[in-house]
Design a binder for this molecule. Structure first.
Ligand code: SF4
Length: 430
Protein backbone atom coordinates (compact mmCIF):
# COMPACT_ATOMS: atom_id res chain seq x y z
CA UNK A 1 0.00 0.00 0.00
CA UNK A 2 1.12 3.52 -0.71
CA UNK A 3 0.31 6.64 1.16
CA UNK A 4 1.61 9.85 -0.35
CA UNK A 5 3.83 7.79 -2.61
CA UNK A 6 5.49 5.85 0.24
CA UNK A 7 5.36 2.20 1.06
CA UNK A 8 3.67 1.24 4.29
CA UNK A 9 4.38 -2.21 5.70
CA UNK A 10 0.97 -3.84 5.88
CA UNK A 11 -2.38 -2.42 4.88
CA UNK A 12 -4.39 -4.55 7.27
CA UNK A 13 -2.12 -3.86 10.13
CA UNK A 14 -1.94 -0.19 9.45
CA UNK A 15 -5.66 0.12 9.60
CA UNK A 16 -5.51 -1.68 12.93
CA UNK A 17 -2.85 0.72 14.05
CA UNK A 18 -5.04 3.63 13.11
CA UNK A 19 -7.77 2.51 15.48
CA UNK A 20 -5.41 1.65 18.29
CA UNK A 21 -6.07 2.81 21.78
CA UNK A 22 -2.70 4.37 22.10
CA UNK A 23 -0.78 6.93 20.12
CA UNK A 24 2.36 5.10 19.38
CA UNK A 25 5.37 6.34 17.73
CA UNK A 26 8.79 7.21 18.77
CA UNK A 27 9.18 10.72 18.04
CA UNK A 28 12.10 12.77 16.98
CA UNK A 29 14.37 10.05 15.65
CA UNK A 30 12.49 7.79 13.34
CA UNK A 31 14.04 5.08 11.26
CA UNK A 32 12.24 6.06 8.13
CA UNK A 33 9.97 8.63 6.54
CA UNK A 34 7.22 6.01 6.77
CA UNK A 35 7.41 6.15 10.52
CA UNK A 36 7.23 9.94 10.41
CA UNK A 37 4.08 9.64 8.40
CA UNK A 38 2.48 7.17 10.79
CA UNK A 39 3.45 9.33 13.72
CA UNK A 40 1.63 12.31 12.27
CA UNK A 41 -1.44 10.18 11.78
CA UNK A 42 -1.27 8.54 15.17
CA UNK A 43 -0.93 11.82 17.02
CA UNK A 44 -4.67 12.27 17.02
CA UNK A 45 -5.50 8.95 18.66
CA UNK A 46 -7.25 8.92 21.98
CA UNK A 47 -5.50 7.92 25.17
CA UNK A 48 -5.55 4.40 26.51
CA UNK A 49 -6.75 3.49 29.97
CA UNK A 50 -3.76 2.59 32.09
CA UNK A 51 -2.96 -1.04 32.79
CA UNK A 52 0.27 -0.11 34.47
CA UNK A 53 -0.19 1.50 37.89
CA UNK A 54 1.04 4.98 38.76
CA UNK A 55 3.16 4.55 41.88
CA UNK A 56 3.27 7.06 44.68
CA UNK A 57 6.75 8.07 43.58
CA UNK A 58 5.67 8.64 39.98
CA UNK A 59 2.66 10.63 41.16
CA UNK A 60 4.82 12.95 43.29
CA UNK A 61 7.21 13.46 40.36
CA UNK A 62 4.35 14.13 37.97
CA UNK A 63 2.85 16.75 40.25
CA UNK A 64 6.18 18.46 40.78
CA UNK A 65 7.53 18.51 37.24
CA UNK A 66 4.48 18.15 34.98
CA UNK A 67 1.74 19.79 37.05
CA UNK A 68 -0.59 20.25 34.10
CA UNK A 69 -0.35 16.64 32.96
CA UNK A 70 -3.00 14.11 33.97
CA UNK A 71 -2.23 10.61 35.17
CA UNK A 72 -3.89 9.29 32.01
CA UNK A 73 -1.42 11.23 29.88
CA UNK A 74 1.48 10.12 32.07
CA UNK A 75 0.37 6.53 31.58
CA UNK A 76 0.44 6.86 27.83
CA UNK A 77 3.68 5.61 26.39
CA UNK A 78 3.65 8.03 23.53
CA UNK A 79 3.34 10.93 25.96
CA UNK A 80 6.32 9.50 27.82
CA UNK A 81 8.42 9.38 24.67
CA UNK A 82 7.38 12.83 23.49
CA UNK A 83 8.14 14.37 26.86
CA UNK A 84 11.44 12.64 27.45
CA UNK A 85 14.36 14.52 28.92
CA UNK A 86 16.75 15.33 26.10
CA UNK A 87 18.35 18.68 26.95
CA UNK A 88 20.55 20.29 29.56
CA UNK A 89 17.73 22.59 30.63
CA UNK A 90 15.37 19.68 31.21
CA UNK A 91 17.92 17.65 33.16
CA UNK A 92 18.74 20.63 35.34
CA UNK A 93 15.16 20.92 36.45
CA UNK A 94 15.32 17.41 37.82
CA UNK A 95 18.85 16.84 39.07
CA UNK A 96 21.64 19.06 40.44
CA UNK A 97 24.41 18.33 38.01
CA UNK A 98 28.03 17.85 38.99
CA UNK A 99 30.71 19.56 36.95
CA UNK A 100 31.52 16.24 35.24
CA UNK A 101 27.88 15.64 34.33
CA UNK A 102 27.48 19.20 33.08
CA UNK A 103 30.56 18.84 30.86
CA UNK A 104 29.38 15.43 29.67
CA UNK A 105 26.10 16.91 28.50
CA UNK A 106 27.28 20.19 26.95
CA UNK A 107 30.24 18.66 25.19
CA UNK A 108 28.00 16.30 23.29
CA UNK A 109 27.86 17.21 19.66
CA UNK A 110 27.59 13.68 18.28
CA UNK A 111 27.48 10.13 19.58
CA UNK A 112 24.99 8.66 22.01
CA UNK A 113 22.29 11.25 22.71
CA UNK A 114 20.79 12.08 26.06
CA UNK A 115 17.28 10.69 26.40
CA UNK A 116 15.42 9.59 29.54
CA UNK A 117 11.70 8.95 29.81
CA UNK A 118 9.93 11.02 32.49
CA UNK A 119 9.00 7.75 34.20
CA UNK A 120 12.62 6.63 34.48
CA UNK A 121 13.69 10.17 35.41
CA UNK A 122 11.32 9.90 38.36
CA UNK A 123 13.58 7.17 39.76
CA UNK A 124 16.73 9.28 39.65
CA UNK A 125 18.17 10.95 42.71
CA UNK A 126 18.28 14.72 42.24
CA UNK A 127 21.08 15.14 44.76
CA UNK A 128 23.24 12.01 44.68
CA UNK A 129 25.46 11.77 41.59
CA UNK A 130 26.59 8.31 42.70
CA UNK A 131 23.10 6.87 42.68
CA UNK A 132 23.45 3.78 40.49
CA UNK A 133 20.67 4.37 38.00
CA UNK A 134 21.53 8.06 37.68
CA UNK A 135 25.04 7.06 36.68
CA UNK A 136 23.64 4.68 34.08
CA UNK A 137 21.79 7.37 32.12
CA UNK A 138 23.32 10.80 32.80
CA UNK A 139 26.35 11.49 30.58
CA UNK A 140 29.65 12.37 32.26
CA UNK A 141 32.85 13.84 30.96
CA UNK A 142 34.62 10.47 31.35
CA UNK A 143 32.74 9.28 28.24
CA UNK A 144 35.33 11.22 26.27
CA UNK A 145 38.34 9.41 27.76
CA UNK A 146 39.25 6.61 25.38
CA UNK A 147 41.49 3.95 26.95
CA UNK A 148 43.71 1.36 25.27
CA UNK A 149 41.72 -1.46 23.72
CA UNK A 150 38.47 0.49 23.52
CA UNK A 151 36.70 0.78 20.20
CA UNK A 152 33.46 2.09 18.76
CA UNK A 153 32.52 -1.44 17.62
CA UNK A 154 34.49 -3.77 19.89
CA UNK A 155 32.44 -6.84 18.95
CA UNK A 156 33.04 -6.29 15.22
CA UNK A 157 29.32 -6.42 14.55
CA UNK A 158 29.73 -4.42 11.37
CA UNK A 159 32.18 -6.97 9.98
CA UNK A 160 29.72 -9.76 10.71
CA UNK A 161 26.85 -8.05 8.98
CA UNK A 162 25.95 -9.69 5.66
CA UNK A 163 23.20 -7.12 5.01
CA UNK A 164 22.39 -3.88 6.82
CA UNK A 165 20.62 -4.51 10.10
CA UNK A 166 21.68 -8.16 10.47
CA UNK A 167 24.57 -9.48 12.55
CA UNK A 168 25.23 -13.14 11.78
CA UNK A 169 27.81 -14.42 14.24
CA UNK A 170 26.58 -17.83 15.34
CA UNK A 171 25.58 -20.66 13.00
CA UNK A 172 21.86 -20.96 13.71
CA UNK A 173 20.78 -17.50 14.82
CA UNK A 174 20.97 -13.86 13.88
CA UNK A 175 20.65 -10.51 15.52
CA UNK A 176 18.14 -8.31 13.70
CA UNK A 177 18.69 -4.62 14.42
CA UNK A 178 15.20 -3.32 13.86
CA UNK A 179 15.57 0.30 14.93
CA UNK A 180 18.22 2.69 16.19
CA UNK A 181 15.84 4.32 18.65
CA UNK A 182 15.61 3.74 22.42
CA UNK A 183 13.32 5.57 24.80
CA UNK A 184 16.22 5.93 27.26
CA UNK A 185 19.88 5.68 26.36
CA UNK A 186 22.25 3.73 28.62
CA UNK A 187 25.64 5.39 28.74
CA UNK A 188 27.46 2.02 28.50
CA UNK A 189 25.55 0.81 25.44
CA UNK A 190 27.47 -1.65 23.27
CA UNK A 191 25.87 -0.06 20.20
CA UNK A 192 26.44 3.53 21.23
CA UNK A 193 28.15 3.96 17.87
CA UNK A 194 24.79 3.75 16.14
CA UNK A 195 21.81 4.00 18.47
CA UNK A 196 20.12 7.36 18.43
CA UNK A 197 22.12 8.27 15.35
CA UNK A 198 20.10 8.35 12.18
CA UNK A 199 23.22 8.94 10.11
CA UNK A 200 24.83 5.75 11.37
CA UNK A 201 21.74 3.57 11.39
CA UNK A 202 19.00 4.14 8.89
CA UNK A 203 16.62 1.29 9.69
CA UNK A 204 13.22 1.48 8.03
CA UNK A 205 11.19 -0.63 5.70
CA UNK A 206 13.72 -1.16 2.90
CA UNK A 207 16.39 -2.26 5.34
CA UNK A 208 13.94 -4.62 7.06
CA UNK A 209 13.07 -6.15 3.71
CA UNK A 210 16.73 -6.89 3.00
CA UNK A 211 17.13 -8.42 6.45
CA UNK A 212 14.01 -10.57 6.11
CA UNK A 213 15.08 -11.68 2.68
CA UNK A 214 18.52 -12.71 4.04
CA UNK A 215 16.85 -14.80 6.75
CA UNK A 216 14.49 -16.37 4.20
CA UNK A 217 17.42 -17.41 2.03
CA UNK A 218 19.44 -18.84 4.94
CA UNK A 219 17.74 -22.04 6.11
CA UNK A 220 20.15 -22.67 8.96
CA UNK A 221 18.76 -19.67 10.85
CA UNK A 222 16.27 -21.04 13.35
CA UNK A 223 16.39 -18.25 15.95
CA UNK A 224 16.06 -14.48 15.35
CA UNK A 225 16.76 -11.92 18.05
CA UNK A 226 15.01 -8.63 17.34
CA UNK A 227 16.99 -5.89 18.96
CA UNK A 228 18.40 -2.49 18.10
CA UNK A 229 17.95 0.11 19.62
CA UNK A 230 14.76 -1.05 21.22
CA UNK A 231 12.21 -2.85 19.04
CA UNK A 232 9.39 -2.25 21.52
CA UNK A 233 9.61 1.46 20.72
CA UNK A 234 8.29 0.67 17.24
CA UNK A 235 4.62 1.33 16.57
CA UNK A 236 2.39 -1.70 16.93
CA UNK A 237 1.78 -1.97 13.19
CA UNK A 238 5.50 -2.00 12.43
CA UNK A 239 6.31 -4.48 15.14
CA UNK A 240 3.57 -6.78 13.92
CA UNK A 241 4.83 -6.47 10.38
CA UNK A 242 8.25 -7.66 11.52
CA UNK A 243 6.91 -10.47 13.70
CA UNK A 244 4.52 -11.75 11.06
CA UNK A 245 7.19 -11.60 8.36
CA UNK A 246 9.55 -13.64 10.50
CA UNK A 247 6.87 -16.08 11.59
CA UNK A 248 6.04 -16.81 7.94
CA UNK A 249 9.57 -18.16 7.39
CA UNK A 250 9.31 -21.93 7.96
CA UNK A 251 12.82 -22.43 9.36
CA UNK A 252 12.55 -19.64 11.95
CA UNK A 253 11.55 -21.58 15.05
CA UNK A 254 12.18 -19.00 17.75
CA UNK A 255 11.74 -15.25 17.81
CA UNK A 256 13.29 -13.31 20.64
CA UNK A 257 12.99 -9.63 21.52
CA UNK A 258 15.74 -7.79 23.39
CA UNK A 259 14.37 -4.74 25.16
CA UNK A 260 14.70 -2.33 28.06
CA UNK A 261 11.18 -0.97 27.57
CA UNK A 262 9.54 -2.78 30.52
CA UNK A 263 12.14 -1.09 32.74
CA UNK A 264 12.27 2.44 31.33
CA UNK A 265 8.87 2.71 29.64
CA UNK A 266 6.55 0.14 31.26
CA UNK A 267 3.54 2.09 29.97
CA UNK A 268 4.34 0.61 26.55
CA UNK A 269 3.02 -2.78 27.70
CA UNK A 270 -0.53 -2.16 26.50
CA UNK A 271 -3.25 -4.74 25.94
CA UNK A 272 -2.92 -4.20 22.24
CA UNK A 273 0.79 -4.90 22.30
CA UNK A 274 0.23 -8.04 24.37
CA UNK A 275 -2.40 -9.27 21.93
CA UNK A 276 0.05 -8.83 19.09
CA UNK A 277 2.92 -10.56 20.86
CA UNK A 278 0.75 -13.51 21.83
CA UNK A 279 0.08 -14.28 18.18
CA UNK A 280 3.70 -15.04 17.38
CA UNK A 281 4.71 -17.69 19.89
CA UNK A 282 7.17 -19.18 20.55
CA UNK A 283 8.31 -15.68 21.41
CA UNK A 284 10.89 -15.06 24.11
CA UNK A 285 11.99 -11.79 25.64
CA UNK A 286 15.26 -10.63 27.18
CA UNK A 287 14.70 -7.63 29.40
CA UNK A 288 17.62 -5.41 30.26
CA UNK A 289 17.75 -4.79 34.02
CA UNK A 290 20.60 -3.04 35.78
CA UNK A 291 19.72 -2.47 39.42
CA UNK A 292 17.08 -3.38 42.03
CA UNK A 293 15.90 0.27 42.08
CA UNK A 294 14.32 -0.50 38.72
CA UNK A 295 11.92 -3.01 40.26
CA UNK A 296 9.08 -0.57 40.82
CA UNK A 297 5.32 -1.24 40.91
CA UNK A 298 5.21 -0.17 37.25
CA UNK A 299 7.99 -2.47 36.08
CA UNK A 300 6.65 -5.35 38.13
CA UNK A 301 3.24 -4.94 36.52
CA UNK A 302 4.80 -4.82 33.05
CA UNK A 303 6.75 -8.04 33.63
CA UNK A 304 3.71 -9.81 35.06
CA UNK A 305 1.59 -8.80 32.06
CA UNK A 306 4.23 -10.13 29.68
CA UNK A 307 4.55 -13.36 31.64
CA UNK A 308 0.75 -13.73 31.70
CA UNK A 309 0.89 -13.44 27.90
CA UNK A 310 2.96 -16.62 27.92
CA UNK A 311 6.26 -14.96 27.09
CA UNK A 312 9.27 -16.56 28.80
CA UNK A 313 11.25 -13.66 30.28
CA UNK A 314 14.99 -13.55 30.88
CA UNK A 315 17.07 -10.67 32.15
CA UNK A 316 20.33 -9.38 30.81
CA UNK A 317 22.45 -7.26 33.11
CA UNK A 318 25.71 -5.52 32.36
CA UNK A 319 28.16 -5.60 35.27
CA UNK A 320 28.99 -1.95 35.96
CA UNK A 321 31.54 -0.45 38.31
CA UNK A 322 29.96 1.33 41.25
CA UNK A 323 26.46 0.55 39.95
CA UNK A 324 25.82 -3.14 40.52
CA UNK A 325 29.23 -4.72 41.13
CA UNK A 326 28.53 -6.15 44.53
CA UNK A 327 26.94 -9.44 45.43
CA UNK A 328 24.26 -7.95 47.66
CA UNK A 329 22.98 -5.67 44.89
CA UNK A 330 22.86 -8.43 42.31
CA UNK A 331 21.28 -10.88 44.72
CA UNK A 332 18.54 -8.37 45.53
CA UNK A 333 18.00 -7.73 41.83
CA UNK A 334 17.91 -11.38 40.86
CA UNK A 335 15.71 -12.49 43.71
CA UNK A 336 13.35 -9.60 42.89
CA UNK A 337 13.27 -10.63 39.23
CA UNK A 338 12.31 -14.16 40.20
CA UNK A 339 9.23 -12.78 41.98
CA UNK A 340 8.02 -11.29 38.69
CA UNK A 341 8.87 -14.41 36.68
CA UNK A 342 12.00 -13.04 35.03
CA UNK A 343 14.83 -15.55 34.97
CA UNK A 344 18.31 -13.97 35.30
CA UNK A 345 19.92 -15.07 32.07
CA UNK A 346 23.19 -13.26 31.36
CA UNK A 347 25.50 -11.14 33.46
CA UNK A 348 27.67 -9.41 30.88
CA UNK A 349 31.15 -8.12 31.30
CA UNK A 350 30.91 -4.52 30.08
CA UNK A 351 32.11 -4.30 26.50
CA UNK A 352 35.15 -2.10 25.83
CA UNK A 353 33.34 0.59 23.87
CA UNK A 354 35.07 3.95 23.54
CA UNK A 355 34.92 5.88 26.81
CA UNK A 356 33.77 2.98 28.99
CA UNK A 357 36.61 2.74 31.53
CA UNK A 358 34.54 4.42 34.25
CA UNK A 359 32.04 1.56 33.90
CA UNK A 360 34.30 -1.45 33.42
CA UNK A 361 35.25 -3.84 36.21
CA UNK A 362 38.05 -6.41 36.13
CA UNK A 363 36.90 -9.80 34.85
CA UNK A 364 37.71 -11.23 38.30
CA UNK A 365 34.89 -9.10 39.69
CA UNK A 366 32.38 -10.99 37.57
CA UNK A 367 33.71 -14.30 38.86
CA UNK A 368 33.41 -12.96 42.40
CA UNK A 369 29.75 -12.13 41.72
CA UNK A 370 28.96 -15.65 40.53
CA UNK A 371 30.85 -17.18 43.42
CA UNK A 372 28.82 -15.04 45.82
CA UNK A 373 25.53 -16.08 44.23
CA UNK A 374 25.95 -19.75 43.31
CA UNK A 375 24.79 -21.91 46.20
CA UNK A 376 23.76 -18.88 48.24
CA UNK A 377 20.48 -18.42 46.43
CA UNK A 378 18.22 -20.38 44.06
CA UNK A 379 20.00 -21.72 41.03
CA UNK A 380 17.38 -20.05 38.83
CA UNK A 381 18.55 -16.71 40.24
CA UNK A 382 22.13 -17.19 39.09
CA UNK A 383 22.85 -16.01 35.54
CA UNK A 384 25.62 -17.05 33.19
CA UNK A 385 28.53 -14.65 33.45
CA UNK A 386 29.86 -14.04 29.94
CA UNK A 387 32.49 -11.98 28.20
CA UNK A 388 31.60 -11.06 24.65
CA UNK A 389 34.90 -11.60 22.95
CA UNK A 390 36.31 -8.48 21.26
CA UNK A 391 36.73 -9.03 17.56
CA UNK A 392 33.50 -10.97 17.18
CA UNK A 393 34.37 -14.22 18.94
CA UNK A 394 30.99 -14.45 20.62
CA UNK A 395 30.01 -14.96 24.24
CA UNK A 396 32.47 -16.85 26.38
CA UNK A 397 31.04 -18.17 29.67
CA UNK A 398 33.22 -17.94 32.75
CA UNK A 399 32.81 -19.82 36.02
CA UNK A 400 34.75 -19.75 39.26
CA UNK A 401 37.00 -22.79 39.43
CA UNK A 402 35.16 -25.46 41.38
CA UNK A 403 37.37 -28.23 40.09
CA UNK A 404 40.15 -28.87 42.62
CA UNK A 405 41.82 -31.92 41.07
CA UNK A 406 41.69 -35.69 41.13
CA UNK A 407 43.05 -38.54 43.20
CA UNK A 408 42.78 -42.29 43.27
CA UNK A 409 39.22 -42.14 44.53
CA UNK A 410 37.85 -39.73 41.99
CA UNK A 411 37.46 -36.02 41.31
CA UNK A 412 37.89 -33.34 43.97
CA UNK A 413 35.39 -30.51 43.82
CA UNK A 414 34.88 -27.36 45.87
CA UNK A 415 31.38 -26.42 47.02
CA UNK A 416 29.89 -22.95 47.54
CA UNK A 417 31.18 -22.89 51.15
CA UNK A 418 34.73 -23.62 50.06
CA UNK A 419 34.64 -27.23 51.36
CA UNK A 420 36.19 -29.95 49.22
CA UNK A 421 34.26 -33.11 48.30
CA UNK A 422 35.21 -36.20 46.34
CA UNK A 423 33.01 -37.46 43.52
CA UNK A 424 33.78 -41.14 42.87
CA UNK A 425 34.23 -41.60 39.16
CA UNK A 426 33.27 -44.93 37.65
CA UNK A 427 36.37 -47.12 37.68
CA UNK A 428 36.25 -47.37 33.90
CA UNK A 429 36.53 -43.56 33.51
CA UNK A 430 39.30 -42.88 36.05
S1 SF4 B 1 18.33 0.04 25.83
FE1 SF4 B 1 19.87 -1.35 24.96
S2 SF4 B 1 20.24 -0.59 22.89
FE2 SF4 B 1 19.19 1.06 24.03
S3 SF4 B 1 20.84 2.33 24.87
FE3 SF4 B 1 20.32 0.83 26.45
S4 SF4 B 1 21.76 -0.86 26.09
FE4 SF4 B 1 21.74 0.40 24.21
Amino acid sequence: MKISGRLVPSPARDSEAMTAETPEEPPSISPSPVQDLLFEESATRRLTPARIPVSRRSRAFLHEFFPRTSEAEWSNWNWQVRNSITSLEQVRRIVSLTHGEYKGIVRRSSGLPLRITPYYASLLSGLDPDQPIRRAVIPVEDEYLVSDGEEADPLSEEQQSPVPGIVHRYPDRVLFLATGFCSTYCRYCTRSRMVGNHERFKGGFNQWQQAISYIEKTPRIRDVLLSGGDPLTLPDGHLEYLLSSLRRIPHVEIIRIGTKVPVVLPQRITSRLLNILKKYHPLWMSVHFTHPDELTPETRAACNLLADAGIPLGSQTVLLKGINDDVGTLRTLYQGLMTVRVRPYYLYQCDPISGSSHFRTPVEKGLEMIEGLRGHTSGYAVPHYVVDAPGGGGKIPLLPDYFVGRDEGGVLLRNYEGKTYRYPQCPSTR
